[in-house]
Write a protein that binds this ligand. Structure first.
Ligand code: SF4
Length: 411
């Protein structure tokens, strides 16, 4: 494919109004959704005094219904519940002691994997976003940031254990092609020094929000081919988000893998009243897997304690019951129920016993770190902050990575 100028670079909130693809003004939204009741509109105006609003026109016109009963409205239209979000959670602050790289965009909770917050930008803004009110690095990753990261990796004693870099955000598919290309170059150079390549996984919602960006930008497509991610993890929450355009994007992402075809998977948070019904989730899995490219359900995410709108939060046993219904299916169709915690992800089995140990469940991260997970319906951000264990792991110098798992404590 030919290299062309990247004309679809992300816009900032301040100039988003000049892009016909993106809606940043509530009046413009009202013209497309005339059924927004006046009192709700007033609330939306108040909320946008505090939090940005942005939605792709495509999402409004092709996915939302002009109906106040549409459950998706709560997820993408500003609502009063957002104002109750304390915003004092520092999700990214709890990381390994022995990180391979020290950089504000480099988040490392596991010795073998790091997540890079490439940007704070997404074409649409989820109202439940756990990052929107947090201490995240503003703006977009620079070429210098990338050089700094790979420079540190080249000499880090902890780099040998590294197996995967997750490009996250915001949305990495909203980055400019030149940034992705530079990342691809630096990664390829780094991998030439290793016997086992570090792979890249892309976490994205862009093909749901604004599939045209990827479809139109040959520069972005070229950069993705060069980068050669091993997987794309699509953030979907509802069957209606599976549009023909999304399926076309999935085909494109698959076909861009010229050297190595990427896995395409989907993950989603659970929300009361929106997708907490196994039938809805099964329909979503069926639709997204109905095209030419197989799409594997990956993570079923118990709602983040923070950010999630209170009226849509589920209790952990409720999420587990949803998993039970989904687990009675061929293994390739069954997601993992994961509970995000500051110490890392905890995966819960469909019939695992959740025992009240005095106001908390004892969970374990996949590295065996014990987590006292509050049973309370609403998360208290001050809870257990000081009790979070700093995970200190041995330095891995052996590429076979013959490490012993961290011994669970406190059982
Ligand atoms: S796509 Fe992800 S990062 Fe972007 S607004 Fe939604 S939850 Fe936040």
């Amino acid at each position: 494919m030919s290299q062309t100028a990247d004309t679809t670079a992300p816009v900032s909130a301040s100039n988003g109004a000049s892009r016909p693809d993106l809606i940043t003004q509530l009046e413009e939204l009202k013209a497309l959704l005339p059924s927004i009741p006046p009192d709700r509109f007033k609330t939306m105006e108040a909320v946008t005094q505090r939090y940005q609003f942005r939605l792709p026109r495509f999402y409004v016109e092709h996915i939302l219904n002009d109906d106040p009963a549409d459950p998706l409205w709560d997820l993408v239209l500003p609502g009063s519940q957002e104002l109750t979000d304390t915003g004092d959670e520092r999700w990214d602050a709890f990381q390994l002691q022995n990180k391979a790289v020290e950089h504000p965009r480099w988040i490392q909770k596991y010795r073998y994997e790091a997540l890079i917050r490439t940007t704070d930008y997404c074409s649409g803004l989820c109202r439940y976003c756990y990052l929107k009110n947090r201490d995240v690095t503003p703006g977009t990753i620079t070429l210098r940031d990338i050089d700094d990261m790979f420079g540190q990796l080249a000499t880090s004693p902890h780099a040998a254990a590294m197996r995967e870099l997750i490009l996250s955000g915001g949305d990495p598919l909203a980055l400019s092609a030149s940034v992705l290309e530079h990342f691809a170059d630096r990664l390829a150079f780094f991998n030439r020094t290793r016997s086992r390549a570090v792979t890249v996984s892309i976490h994205t919602r862009e093909p749901v929000w604004f599939p045209q960006r990827l479809m139109r930008s040959t520069a972005l497509q070229t950069a993705l081919t060069k980068l050669g991610p091993s997987s794309h993890i699509l953030h979907l929450v509802h069957p209606r988000e599976v549009t023909p355009e999304l399926l076309s994007c999935i085909e494109l992402l698959h076909d861009l893998g010229q050297q190595r075809v990427p896995l395409i998977m989907t993950q989603h948070p659970l929300f009361r009243g929106i997708n907490d019904d196994p039938a809805i989730i099964t329909e979503m899995y069926g639709r997204v897997d109905s095209g030419r490219i197989p799409v594997k359900p990956y993570y079923l995410i118990h709602p983040f304690p923070d950010g999630t709108l209170p009226q849509h939060r589920l209790m952990l046993p409720e999420s587990q019951i949803i998993l039970r219904a989904l687990a009675s299916a061929p293994g390739t169709r069954v997601p993992l129920l994961t509970v995000p915690t500051p110490m890392g992800k905890c995966v819960i089995g469909p019939y695992e016993r959740l025992e009240d140990r005095g106001g908390y469940y004892l969970l374990h991260t996949k590295d065996g770190v014990p987590v006292e997970y509050s049973i309370d319906k609403y998360y208290n951000p001050s809870e257990s902050r000081l009790a979070i264990p700093a995970v200190s792991l041995p330095i891995c110098t052996d590429k076979s990575e013959n490490l012993q798992p961290v011994q669970p404590r406190g059982i």
